[in-house]
Design a protein around this ligand. Sequence first.
Ligand SMILES: O=C(O)CCC(=O)C(=O)O
Ligand SMILES: [Fe+2]
Length: 280
Amino acid sequence: MMEFADDKPSDQQELKIKDYVVGDLPTLIYIPNFIADSEQSQLLHHIYEVPTSKWKNLKNRRLQNWGGVVHEKGLLPQELPAWLKNVTGRIRQCTGLFPSELNHVLINEYLPDQGIMPHQDGPAYFPVVAILSLKSPVVIDFTPHPRLRECASKESSGEELTIQSKAEEAECDERHDGLLNTPKDSISPCSLLLMPCSLLIFKDQAYSDYLHGIQDTKLHRLDKVVNVSECMKPQKQEPSLSLEAESNHAIDETGFKRTDTRVSLTCRLVLKVHKNLFKF
Ligand SMILES: O=C(O)CCC(=O)C(=O)O
Ligand SMILES: [Fe+2]
């Protein structure tokens, strides 16, 4: 299926990725039809071929962990199977955003009424995440981390700042300037529609200052979605995946009802890898 390549991507490829930036929040990258329909089928075949024991059941979804165990102090590695290396190799080559091979993949499976709580990915990961979506479309929401919202609401109540609140304001400024670097007037939630076969990459403030989550509802609305037009673009190879022609998913301008399972591959890089930790 996909070719595994570990060459450094050319400048041209790195430049192309900029064409896929969506919305105003730095930085969300959405690549429609990153894989072909036939590749999606092959991946699903591999995913559902594994023994049931490979699945970990959580309250609101189930998942497979590939690549090893992630600890605070790094990764206890386990080599990725070839069918996943194909995907991660292609992601690295096409994006040019990862300094070395991605070495960890979480496969999440969501029923139509399942989702994932707003969260931030752990500190062990290199701060660029690539999520490949299979089967049902969903909307993923990016919401400012509460520590940003606190600052924003204090600022919006503006004018009569007491001495104490000025101190708080200074603290907020410090957080904005140092840790966060998000312009204060650009703190707002935004959402993306993730169509099957698409690749989402998020990094920068979207990674460090925002939570991401998927609502556990069958109905997903499009009102805050910033990439509807990217999903509606006619696709050269597979017109059935465009939004307009997508009769299976019945998406209109207001939203859609999830009727099928969604599977996603969260592909990441853990820079700190423990070698031979358990060598006897
Ligand atoms: O399924 C998704 O698109 C999101 C998964 C996710 O956020 C994670 O695995 O940390
Ligand atoms: Fe996540």
